[in-house]
Design a protein around this ligand. Structure first.
Ligand code: NAD
Length: 344
């Protein structure tokens, strides 16, 4: 496939909801590099302004995707493409605060789609869905897109699925050109650690402080960790290729990594010899393995993930090294929890 999907973004007006977050900030930077005018709407509940560049082609709107005035403000800019990444993140957070989860992930997504319908001029509405929400715990692997579940174990899984259902409704009944991108365990520069964040930034954060790395479970659990740069490339392809409209696609590396192996690798790259500790499994965490097929995204939009996990992990550690003071200031852990916190 040619590079037309990259050049097509020059001078496009693109909205990134949640653009100050882990994936959104990487997407925003890439879109700016490609010459787009980018409008970020973010309430900064789990995103950070320092993660975004100063750029005359970037308009930052501090606002809420569930608020009419804020959403009108972004539609006034006449966007051609919306990447909807804002979310109440993630599983454990939603177990603790299910109503806030529904407000952003359910109501916020509905509001954006309602405005997209009325506005009627969008070329694409790309929705950030989640592999952990869509595929059942006992599904055969690798997961293929046709499999879905009705047995979800967290409110986040329910509301991310709800977002997909709204996308299906709005394309079928109102012709809003939706695409559903199912992310699998994104990691990379830009993700600030915190009690509700993913395992990789938290492991790096603790390892750099010479703490033992806590594993909730046996360590044999696997995840399909996917580098954020690859996810961003997949999103940019989804925003361009017409064949993506109406589809759901996994954006995944297509490779399983055991949590114990991950902990050892993180300890090694950070020279941490404090080892690991085992904590009880979280009740909602019923997926002992996660592995996704990325064949559909490869076939339809030419998506390919970099197979070199060690290189991507090193890039992530390098980002921690260069931004350490800001990361320590922003890391979102309740006082006194350090290595006892539970993660995403
Ligand atoms: N990171 C992953 O591993 C992963 C996996 C599957 C799916 N996803 C999905 O991808 C998207 C991006 O994930 P992320 O890791 O960048 O998360 P993130 O928490 O870093 O980013 C989400 C952003 O949305 C903002 N936000 C939250 N509520 C908002 C609201 N009501 N209005 C406006 N902004 C709001 C936050 O401040 C944050 O900047 C999310 O939709 C998430 O559900 C992520």
């Amino acid at each position: 496939m040619s590079d037309e999907y990259l050049t097509s973004y020059k001078d496009k007006t693109v909205v990134v909801t949640g653009g100050a977050g882990a994936v959104g900030s990487n997407l925003t930077k890439r879109l700016l590099e490609l010459g787009a005018f980018v409008i970020v709407i973010d309430n900064l509940s789990s995103g950070y302004l320092w993660n975004l560049p100063n750029d005359s082609n970037l308009l930052f709107v501090k606002g809420d995707v569930a608020n009419d005035i804020d959403v009108k403000r972004i539609f006034n800019e006449e966007p051609e493409i919306i990447f909807h990444l804002a979310a109440f993140f993630a599983n454990q957070n939603s177990v603790d605060y299910p109503e806030r989860d529904l407000q952003t992930n359910g109501f916020g997504t509905l509001k954006l789609l309602e405005y997209s319908k009325i506005y009627g001029r969008l070329q694409r509405f790309v929705y950030a869905s989640s592999g952990c929400s869509i595929y059942p715990s006992d599904a055969e692997m690798p997961y293929v897109e046709e499999l879905t579940t009705m047995y979800m174990t967290t409110p986040y899984q329910i509301t991310k699925m709800l977002g997909e259902l709204y996308c299906n409704y709005f394309i079928k009944v109102h012709n809003v050109p939706t695409v559903k991108a199912r992310f699998f365990n994104s990691f990379g520069p830009g993700e600030v650690p915190g009690q509700y964040r993913n395992v990789i930034p938290n492991f790096i954060y603790w390892a750099k402080q010479k703490q033992r790395l806590p594993i909730t479970g046996t360590g044999d659990e696997t995840r399909d960790f996917t580098y954020v740069g690859d996810i961003v490339d997949g999103l940019i392809r989804m925003g361009f290729f017409e064949v993506a409209i109406g589809e759901e696609m996994n954006l995944a590396a297509g490779r399983e990594i055991k949590i114990s192996q991950l902990a050892e690798m993180v300890n090694e790259v950070t020279n941490n010899d404090s080892g690991i500790e085992f904590l009880p499994k979280r009740k909602w965490d019923t997926k002992s393995r996660m592995l996704a097929s990325n064949k559909k995204a490869e076939r339809l939009i030419g998506f390919k993930a970099d197979p070199d996990f060690e290189k991507s992990l090193q890039l992530t550690v390098d980002w921690f090294d260069s931004n350490w003071d800001k990361i320590v200031d922003s890391a979102d852990f309740p006082p006194g929890t350090s290595s006892a916190v539970r993660g995403k």
